[in-house]
Design a protein around this ligand. Structure first.
Ligand SMILES: Cc1cc2nc3c(=O)[nH]c(=O)nc-3n(C[C@H](O)[C@H](O)[C@H](O)COP(=O)(O)OP(=O)(O)OC[C@H]3O[C@@H](n4cnc5c(N)ncnc54)[C@H](O)[C@@H]3O)c2cc1C
Length: 358
């Protein structure tokens, strides 16, 4: 196998965006993307794909603004991609004005009489804000489309697991499930929730990341033509009309930590459904009782609740990119740009050091 300059491990939405960023910055870049499964078949496959222009910190708000512009440009170039603009209303109780204004770009307080879904009502004491520039996407399809556009300049090895990573001199050697070895100048690790792989567990452990279950219930009721996203800020939950699929999705914050992605079957438990219904009942007993199905998986979370893009080894040849805290689609473009900045900075350091020795 010819030696690539950069190997990306993980072909989820983040790995595919990293490959695209590498190709955008250097058309001759030799890049290979490896995945133990199929492209987009990890956390990305079950993602709700909601993009909201928000962030609890200045860094995440910057990442969100960058990613919003990136997706707007991608959609303009590829109108065929399943990226769909959608209106959104954020509902919050108490005195949340400052928080909403701080966390969301351009949120505008609004009087809401109907929440674009007739069976929803605003509990007393809650207020509503309209939020512009939201969209949702079929993340699996977007990852597949990005990979298709990059081939054949970028090589994709699906169904090939990386079983060992070792920095050897001026390169990184990867052992593969196929029995082969692959050597690259640098590696970007985008493993989604597979943090505990023996190949990189020890390298990733100091980052203090954890894996949390994510649950989104499906509500078998067809959203009306003007239906919009409703975000329940107090609960960190949202209701998303999936017009093309013909049903609603309700995502709530599950607090099941330290789950193993390989042990999750994709099936909802009684506790998942009960938690979804409890959360939604405050706004709509009708929709709550219609939560009967859904999608379940997990994602990597960081102690700072911000994505992590960091060098993992002393030589700076392995860069970690991920831990997006359930926002890997939303912040993926900014995560990818930061990861490629690190890879290229390392390359420039090497070039400069070679020059200073000649
Ligand atoms: C139910 C649900 C709803 C969500 N809703 C949203 C949302 O509305 N908005 C949003 O922004 N985010 C959402 N998320 C989160 C988002 O989907 C994730 O943050 C994002 O998909 C992570 O992308 P990734 O590329 O890091 O990980 P993944 O998509 O998991 O990709 C990682 C890849 O690495 C591969 N891999 C792992 N180990 C190895 C190995 N040893 N060798 C080779 N390959 C390996 C895996 O096979 C996998 O394909 C949701 C997630 C879930 C589960």
């Amino acid at each position: 196998m010819t030696r690539p300059a950069t190997a990306v491990i993980g072909a989820g939405i983040i790995g595919c965006l990293i490959a695209r960023e590498l190709a955008d910055r250097d058309q001759d870049a030799s890049v290979i993307v490896l995945d133990r499964d199929a492209i987009g078949a990890g956390a990305s496959r079950r993602s709700a794909g909601l993009f909201l222009p928000r962030g609890a910190s200045a860094r995440v708000r910057r990442m969100s603004a960058y990613s919003q512009a990136y997706y707007a440009d991608l959609r303009a170039r590829r109108p065929d991609l399943p990226i769909h603009p959608v209106g959104a209303t954020v509902i919050a109780g108490g005195a949340p004005g400052q928080r909403i204004a701080r966390h969301y770009d351009d949120a505008e307080p609004t009087q809401v009489t109907s929440l674009s879904c007739h069976s929803l009502s605003l509990p007393e004491g809650t207020l509503a804000w309209r939020v512009p520039r939201c969209h949702h996407a079929d993340v699996y399809q977007v990852a597949q489309a990005l990979a298709a556009e990059l081939r054949p300049m970028t090589r994709f090895l699906e169904g090939v697991e990386v079983t060992r990573l070792a920095v050897t001199g001026a390169a990184v050697t990867m052992s593969l499930s196929t029995g082969e070895q692959l050597v690259a100048d640098s590696v970007v690790l985008a493993p989604g929730p597979w943090l505990a792989s023996p190949a990189w567990r020890d390298l990733v452990e100091p980052l203090g990341l954890r894996v949390k279950k994510i649950v989104a219930a499906h509500i078998e009721q067809r959203p009306g033509p003007g239906a919009q996203v409703v975000v329940f800020d107090d609960e960190d939950a949202f209701l998303l009309p999936l017009h093309r699929r013909g049903h609603w999705l309700f995502s709530y914050t599950c607090q099941e930590w330290d789950v193993d992605p390989d042990a999750l079957t994709g099936s909802l438990t009684a506790a998942d459904l009960a938690a979804a219904r409890d959360c939604l009942r405050r706004y709509s007993p009708d929709l709550a009782s219609a939560c009967l199905a859904g999608r379940v998986f997990c994602d990597a979370y960081s102690p700072e609740a911000e994505p992590v893009v960091r060098r993992l080894d002393a030589a700076g040849r392995i860069v970690f990119a991920g831990a997006a805290n359930g926002s890997g689609y939303r912040l993926g473009p900014a995560i990818s740009a930061a990861a490629v900045d690190l890879v290229r900075a390392r390359r420039e350091e090497i070039t400069l050091s070679k020059r200073s020795h000649t």
